[in-house]
Design a protein around this ligand. Structure first.
Ligand code: ANZ
Ligand code: ZN
Length: 895
């Protein structure tokens, strides 16, 4: 059969037009719904990024599969078009941002269409369209009405040269991104949204949603819930999550610009000692009370600070270690003991004395008990001499204490030992005889650090020594048993937190790291905040009937000399009558941040044309929540949290049906430039998807991006790797020439259906593609393939490569679009790859059998059947015909 060559240019535009004409991707407002969502792009002047293509293609594949499984799918797109780049472009060139936005979104739309993504274009939204931001403003007024929008003084980044407030991303190393001037902090009245009112619920409801663990973890950290105590050290109140360590609080640190002793002392309410008050930057002014009790023995930052400034370090919690190989034996007596463990080093070769026990399978350092009030170092020196004979020893370091629990087999008791862990060094090798009793107990061996680390040493305190060997002698920050803590000695730290708080008259509280959301910008290209300031009536909301408050046309886009929005200069716009008293009043000139429009866009898609409400309850009930939302990890803490907050707020007003907007969230990995750097215009390493579509076709680009690596992982672009997917597509194209009257290899077909179906659900797109490649390889080896196999292949490949599959499908004479055909189903009975017994008949009588792989093909089976000796004699010298029933039978007909 002759066939024309594969040429994507001939087919891609043709099918795109056909799909658009037949509206095959349009969501209907009925039936079992599936709402797939991708983050709508900011339509920049640079055009679509190959990173967009990765995320949008992935959810396109999911959406296409769901549609073909009979679901009513909503897969919408729009433009998140307010924002700084367009505004800065306007400042530079004078070009109206409306125009730039129109041009850029037109370009994005054309680009997306050229990729064959199955968006429902009838629901396109644009956050800068007054018909859209009318509702962003309307929703803001609901926050205002409920007391969740308020004004307060906040510090902002201020460039004194450009006289402009800067977003955090415009401050680079403390300098203005445009002019390099040192950025200052300025206090300014700002509008705030009270997201903190929802902190607890934003945290708790994470348990209900299907998000990747790393996304949940980031949100939990960002919300940052801590339970702890407020405790007064005279007039300085601190917030601490570890009141159990208060006996080790040897100084106070208050938030400040640099490390500095203030000259003051306050009383530690537990120890009654006077402790110094320091100032340092590591204590944040806006968390807790802005002051801490420093416990250097148990907190990394306090430890570092104390070492740097030579402040006292007092250990008050010791680690409780349980020796798993010698655990307590039930019914045995518990004996408490103070003990030492001494690691003695010979400075000559860096080896340490270890004891190999003769009656127990133990290797230990020198160890022993502390008698009465004996000093631990004195006790250790005594033990070293007794057990090893070395006389001249010096103490090098005291490590952390521990409380270890083990069964002391040699004494037949359960021990709870408070161990002092010590490091010593030999001064010389002078040595005295050791007792025969000691000699019978253990043998002395010298071991290097490496040998020690490779040996299973018996002490459960080993981690403390390993820290020392590795030079990471860090404070013990965990929970444990209290020491040096007066009447609380011996108690578990976790148990006494509240008791100690009470004893020092503190208060148990819950704190969050989450701050309220600064919701105003002194800029132009954003939604005007819809309020009016009246001398008599105060802050008055613009009546809903007057919304939208449209952005007026301005001549200059720069903020004013005083850092106000350029809107402040438009007298005719600013001066209005008060909606309440009718006196002259002034409009608010701040605009919203670019996070506003994206906080609710997924709701608008449900009902994009509605001019009575932001979306009707009915439409929202039809579509919400979003079933699957894919987006970037960079949006985890801002956009994702903000939009969950808006949704919860509207849920409380009974305006949306569910308290969480997104059932499931996934995240794609970034696409990096060739070589692994970030793609950026300045580096000139940005790949333009248009170029790839032109030279390879959209199907190849889509397939390549799905095949390039695991979807959640970052991966570098590789131009040379595009030929793989392109060749694969060409092979699929050519396979058509092999169509014929043959039996399908059901095992391969059904296992590929299963693999591709499951991999799409788990975003294993790369392995789905490789399963299809393996299958095509096998099909290509055969002389003929069946129509069932070819059709199934096209149907599985269609979500990945929608154009070529549609073309080939049509060539097979199919009237309906492949994208409306039913998704292939696999049958379990074909999935067994185990060996099967294949009977061999000659002229209808069973003459033999052989075992073979379940997926054995016709050719192989014929050969195997003829090769059986018990069959050979029946067919010798005759001309043969074969009938092959896969997995069952080779029937040979002689004549
Ligand atoms: C004493 C202490 C001892 C602490 C110890 C920790 C370990 P989270 O869990 O993040 O809430 N802290 C309190 N306010 C702070 C501030 N404004 N800036 C910097 N650090 C501050 O952390 C609470 C702990 O962080 C508090 O518990 C306090 O140090 C410190 F072994 O108090 B802690
Ligand atoms: Zn008024």
């Amino acid at each position: 059969m002759s066939q024309k060559d594969y040429n994507p240019k001939d087919i891609e535009a043709k099918w795109q037009a056909e799909w658009e004409k037949n509206q095959i991707y349009k969501a209907k407002d009925k039936g079992d719904k599936f709402y797939s969502l991708v983050e709508f792009p900011y339509p920049s002047g640079d055009g679509l990024h190959v990173g967009h293509v990765r995320s949008y293609t992935a959810m396109d594949i999911v959406s296409r599969k769901k549609r073909r499984e009979g679901m009513n799918v909503l897969y919408p797109i729009g433009w998140d078009a307010f924002g700084l780049p367009t505004e800065n472009y306007a400042i530079k060139t004078g070009k109206d941002p409306r125009l730039a936005t129109k041009e850029n979104s037109d370009n994005f739309r054309a680009q997306l269409k050229s990729l064959g993504i199955s968006f429902d274009w009838s629901r396109e939204v644009n956050t800068t369209d007054p018909k859209y931001y009318k509702w962003t403003q309307g929703l803001f007024l609901k926050f205002l009405e409920k007391g969740l929008a308020y004004k307060t003084k906040m510090p902002i980044n201020w460039c004194p040269k450009d006289k402009i407030g800067l977003a955090n991303e415009e401050v680079v190393d403390g300098k203005c991104e445009r002019c390099g001037t040192e950025v200052e902090q300025r206090e300014r009245e700002q509008w705030m949204l009270k997201i903190t009112a929802y902190a607890e619920r934003l945290l708790k409801d994470l348990d209900e949603v299907d998000y990747p663990e790393r996304v949940k973890a980031q949100q939990r950290n960002w919300i940052g819930k801590s339970e702890g105590a407020l405790i007064k050290f005279d007039d300085i109140e601190v917030f601490t999550t570890r009141p159990d360590t208060i006996y080790g609080a040897t100084f106070i640190v208050v938030s400040g610009k640099e490390d500095r002793f203030t000259g003051r002392y306050v009383t530690n309410p537990a120890t009654k000692e006077k402790i110094p008050v320091w100032e340092a930057e590591y204590v944040l002014s806006d968390y807790g009370t802005g002051a801490i009790m420093a416990v250097p023995a148990h907190d990394e930052r306090d430890f570092e600070f104390a070492r740097k400034h030579d402040l006292p370090i007092r250990e008050v919690v010791i680690e409780r270690t349980i020796d798993k190989s010698n655990p307590h034996v039930e019914g045995k007596k518990i004996v408490f003991r103070d003990a030492i463990i001494a690691a003695v080093r010979n400075p000559k070769d860096g080896k340490y004395i270890c004891l190999k026990w003769k009656k127990q399978p133990w290797t230990t350092f020198v160890m022993g008990g502390i008698e009465g009030e004996e000093d631990p170092i004195v006790a250790a020196l005594r033990e070293i001499k007794e057990e090893t004979g070395y006389k001249n020893i010096k103490h090098i370091q005291t490590l952390k204490d521990a409380q270890s629990e083990f069964f002391a087999a040699h004494k037949d008791v359960n021990r709870v030992a408070h161990t002092r862990n010590l490091i010593f060094e030999l001064i010389d090798e002078e040595r005295e005889e050791i007792s025969s009793e000691e000699r019978d107990t253990h043998e002395i061996v010298w071991m290097s650090v490496d040998e020690i680390l490779a040996t299973k040493m018996t002490h459960s305190e080993m981690p403390i020594f390993v820290d020392w060997f590795n030079g990471t002698n860090s404070p013990f920050v965990g929970n444990g048993v209290l020491i040096n803590s007066g009447k609380f000695d011996g108690f578990e730290s976790e148990e006494v937190k509240q008791k100690i708080t009470k004893a020092v008259k503190g208060e148990w509280v819950t704190k969050f790291k989450l701050r309220d959301w600064v919701f105003s910008r002194q800029r132009y290209w954003g939604e005007p905040i819809p309020v009016i300031h009246c001398k008599k009536c105060g802050t008055v909301p613009v009546p809903e009937s007057d919304l939208p408050v449209e952005l007026p046309v301005v001549e200059k886009y720069e903020p004013t000399e005083t850092g106000d929005s350029p809107l402040a200069k438009i007298e005719s716009w600013v001066n209005v009558r008060c909606p309440l008293c009718g006196d002259m009043a002034k409009r608010e000139t701040d605009v919203m941040p670019n996070w506003a429009g994206s906080s609710w866009y997924f709701m608008r898609y449900a009902d994009p044309e509605n001019d009575k409400e932001f979306a009707s309850k009915k439409a929202l009930k039809n579509w919400m929540p979003v079933d699957w939302y894919n987006g970037g990890m960079e949006h985890t803490t801002l956009h994702l949290l903000y939009s969950r907050f808006w949704n919860k707020f509207l849920f409380d007003l009974k305006l949306v049906p569910t308290s969480e907007p997104y059932k499931k969230r996934t995240s794609h990995g970034l696409i990096l430039a060739e070589g692994g750097e970030k793609m950026s215009k300045s580096k000139g390493n940005v790949v333009n998807p248009d170029d790839i579509v032109k030279s390879f076709g959209a199907d190849t680009l889509r397939l390549y991006e799905m095949f390039m690596g695991p979807f959640e992982q970052a991966i570098a672009w590789s131009e040379s790797s595009l030929v793989g997917p392109r060749r694969f597509i060409e092979r699929v194209w050519k396979l058509r020439g092999k169509l014929g009257e043959v039996e399908a290899n059901n095992f391969l077909m059904h296992s590929t259906i299963k693999k591709v179906s499951e991999d799409i659900e788990s975003m294993g797109f790369n392995t789905a593609v490789s399963a299809m490649m393996v299958w095509v390889n096998e099909l290509d080896k055969r002389e003929k393939i069946s129509e069932a196999e070819y059709k199934t292949l096209l149907q599985l490949l269609a979500p990945f490569a929608p154009h070529i599959t549609e073309e080939l499908w049509a060539e097979l004479g199919q009237k309906e679009s492949i994208h409306q055909s039913e998704w292939p189903k696999f049958e379990d009975k074909y999935l067994v790859r185990d060996e099967v017994k294949i009977m061999v008949q000659v002229d209808g009588r069973v003459r033999g059998s052989f075992m073979a792989k379940a997926d054995i093909g016709e050719m192989e089976a014929k050969e195997a059947a003829q090769g059986l000796p018990e069959v050979a004699k029946w067919i010798q010298g005759k001309s043969l015909k074969f009938i092959f029933v896969p997995q069952k039978l080779v029937n040979i007909v002689t004549s």
